[in-house]
Design a protein around this ligand. Sequence first.
Ligand code: HXC
Length: 516
Amino acid sequence: MSEDPRILHLRSLRQEARLGGGAERIAKQHAKGKMTPYERLDLLLDPGTFHELEPFITGQGDELGLSTQKFLGDGVVTGYGQIDGRTVYVYAQDFTVYGGTLSETQSHRICHVMDLALRNGVPVIGLLDSGGARIQDGVRSLGGYAEIFRRNAQYSGVIPQISLMLGPCAGGAAYSPALTDLIVMVNKHSYMFLTGPEVIKAVTGEIVDPESLGGTTVHASVSGIAHLAVASEVEALALCRRVLGYLPSNNVENPPFRPTDDDPLRMDPELNSIVPLDAATPYSMHAVIGHIVDRGTFLEIQAAWARNVIVGLARLGGHAVGIVAQEPSVMAGVLDIDSSDKITRFVRMCDCFNIPLVTFVDSPGFLPGVDQEHGGIIRHGAKVLYAYSEATVPKISVITRKAYGGAYIVMGSKYLGTDVNYAWPSAEIAVLGAEGAANILFRRQIESAPDPSAERIRLAEEYRRKFNNPYHAAAAGFVDDIIEPRETRPKVIATLAALRDKYSPAPPRKHGNIPV
Ligand code: HXC
């Protein structure tokens, strides 16, 4: 018996939808090492879990009739699926249809899955590959972006929003991700710019190389816009699955627990000799973190930008945590404008998604100088204070070495609201480093000494011995305990357990006024 022609018609339409802008354009996409939306979603989601919504929609916004052709789906694939058995909503732009550009209809499809994600309290993941607002749709495409931006902002801190940049993302295709929690870029494939090279050429006649305008290296190491950078689309999709494992599905859930075979009581003797005796000799805070967290779980964020600080997700005893630390081997772990922004953003992301914060402190303070002052270090540094003070998740800090001046206060000090503060015996908690303090306090004595430079060294040493240690701060009640470095892992895991039911409601208000 021959099949019902209506069913055959449905099948052929589905086939047509999968072909997007046609076989020729798909071949071009493949030749660039890029995939189609369906191929990408197959890799992103658990096998067989993707369900598409509105696949038969076609472009409605081109009133001037400038579009040469209508395509089923209108350049985006939307729907829902699962990652590690948890529901997510997704949209994937199709570069083979008008360069994946955002039409009014495309916006409608994207907003629909964003709304469903919000109503169901699950993440929304965007796979972006788009030339921005579709010119043919004029103001309708601009309005379409406004609809998305508004949702990005309003749903921020309620459900995780993750953006995978899988092509040249211009205009709104860069701004929407900028409003989301995490941006993943692919080397030599992803670009983010507000104005694309074609438009720059048309307007100014200037020919700009997309890579140096807004390639992955630029955004991963100069602008700080990319949170994660990888070498291929396949890696980006796998990384997105990994990242979600650290995040709850929404702001009233806790992040998923992942059992670990790394013993929570594991002591790490190597840590006891990691901090050099000479305070000026650097060591690797990355190594410290690696010794403490569940083996292999540290996922660094913005690793190549503002490298004087480290932020990243990890697990301790199977529970997700956010790690913030200074890297003493880069600019001595000083706090500057970019590192302040990096910490602030990360602390706020952890706070909105119930991820406890563990801070490792080794910083000589804020970077002095005209550039920093003129660049607004007061405003940027204030953000770190604001973010730590505002965060209600469990907060633990461990001072490994220097915690001087502003760095002591800012990096999760007791009276800024950190729940439990630990210090290693190598900790130096003081207003200034010994040399700076001795210079100011004993200036006259140094100047009048027969050998001023020897006197300066002697007095600095005396100051260091008396004040640059954790015992002075502990005696004053500023430190909860001084621990051996090797016991940090069991100590922090036990502390996290003791803080798990922390209840710390904030006074009611519309929202604060963070100094941005
Ligand atoms: C309509 C567009 C388009 C656009 C590209 N295309 N951009 N169609 N509207 N904005 C189409 C091309 O005509 C082409 O169609 C196909 O997409 C692929 O584009 P190519 O240029 O051939 O590809 P490529 O060389 O890879 O370059 C991609 C690109 C470049 C870097 C994205 O096209 C570009 O610079 N486009 C302009 C990007 C831009 O500045 N957008 C900003 C929009 S303003 P065919 O039919 O040949 O396949 C905006 C407002 C938001 O987004 C405001 C935010 C606040």
